[in-house]
Design a protein around this ligand. Structure first.
Ligand code: SF4
Ligand code: SF4
Length: 316
């Protein structure tokens, strides 16, 4: 059976999520709601419209979205331009996005077959081979669409294309098992070691995640571990020490590298496009001293014998 995946973005020539030159597929749907997330368009598993008011021509001169919408009052305008979608009325039918000539209404998500994705992926096979790259599936949470990812990765392996996926690992083991036989590389992240704090900032507890990481390490799977460092939330030395302890005691020497990602205020326009409030606006910090703190954290991991870098330039 051929599966379809809900893909909200395909980026060619990425160099951040795995080695070499890569094609990256971003899948829709995520069980977490990290308050610092820069991809809120990935949260819902359904296809949704997003609004980019600055691109709107004008209701008076165009108005095609409103004409095509079956739900009266779903599209709201302010000073003659698109301003908001009333999500309680919207049916997510995408008529507005199809009608809009200027991408002021954008469709987030697209149901794609494995073969459609492979056509995109094959275009850059020569670059993967020369650079040691391949494909990375990210999200959202790829494990919510594990049948699709397994079939996609199987096709990649048949064509000698390296595969990598990036996951929160907040998932049942059965979903992970489907993908593992066709996976070359795994990227994950550890957001907080205290499960209550983890739940407060991501919406889920961390036990299942840590258990899955232990299991993967037990199977001899190498892990690239990312820590998104968010000032005052998870950058205390207490949390960093607890993370180092977990890696050293439970992950069996299988962490090939830790990549520290310093918090950056990204994705606010996407929150606005979806009408979701951005929850990190309150966070004020001194960027220079935070960067120094991030370097100290990196030095701490390295001193404990765990290779660590700031950023994503190295993968092992
Ligand atoms: S997705 Fe459909 S129902 Fe929702 S605003 Fe657009 S046209 Fe209207
Ligand atoms: S179809 Fe697009 S450009 Fe035209 S009024 Fe609607 S949002 Fe604006």
């Amino acid at each position: 059976m051929s599966h379809k995946g809900n893909v909200f973005n395909i980026q060619r020539f990425t160099i951040n999520d795995g080695p070499g030159v890569r094609t990256e597929l971003f899948l829709k749907g995520c069980p977490l709601r990290c308050k610092w997330c820069s991809n809120p368009e990935s949260w819902m598993s359904i296809i949704q419209p997003g609004i980019y008011r600055a691109k709107c021509i004008s209701r008076k001169k165009c108005g095609l979205c409103e004409e095509s919408c079956p739900q009266s009052g779903a599209l709201n305008f302010y000073r003659g331009k698109i301003a908001l979608i009333d999500r309680s009325k919207c049916l997510n039918c995408m008529a507005c996005a199809r009608a809009c000539p200027s991408e002021a209404v954008k469709q987030w998500g697209n149901m794609m077959t494995v073969e459609e994705c492979m056509q995109e992926i094959r275009r850059d096979k020569g670059y993967y081979d020369r650079s040691g790259g391949g494909i990375t599936v990210s999200g959202g949470e790829p494990l919510l669409q594990s049948d699709f990812v397994a079939e996609l990765f199987k096709s990649c392996k048949e064509e000698n294309i390296q595969t990598c996926f990036e996951s929160t690992f907040y998932a049942e083991w059965e979903e992970i098992e489907k993908i593992l036989p066709y996976t070359d590389l795994i990227i994950t992240d550890i957001k907080h070691m205290n499960t209550q704090v983890h739940s407060q900032y991501t919406g889920v507890h961390n036990e299942k995640i840590l258990e899955n990481l232990e299991k993967l390490a037990g199977l001899g799977r190498k892990l690239i571990v990312r820590i998104p460092l968010i000032p005052t939330i998870n950058d205390s030395m207490e949390n960093i020490e607890a993370t180092a302890e977990f890696i050293l005691k439970k992950l069996n020497g299988q962490v090939s590298i830790i990549q520290l990602l310093s918090y950056m205020r990204l994705g606010e326009e996407k929150y606005a496009s979806l009408g979701i409030p951005y929850q990190m606006s309150y966070l004020k910090f001194n960027r220079r001293s935070f960067q120094n703190h991030v370097k100290e954290i990196s030095a701490y991991f390295n001193a404990r014998g765990i290779k660590c870098i700031v950023g994503t330039t190295e993968t092992e």
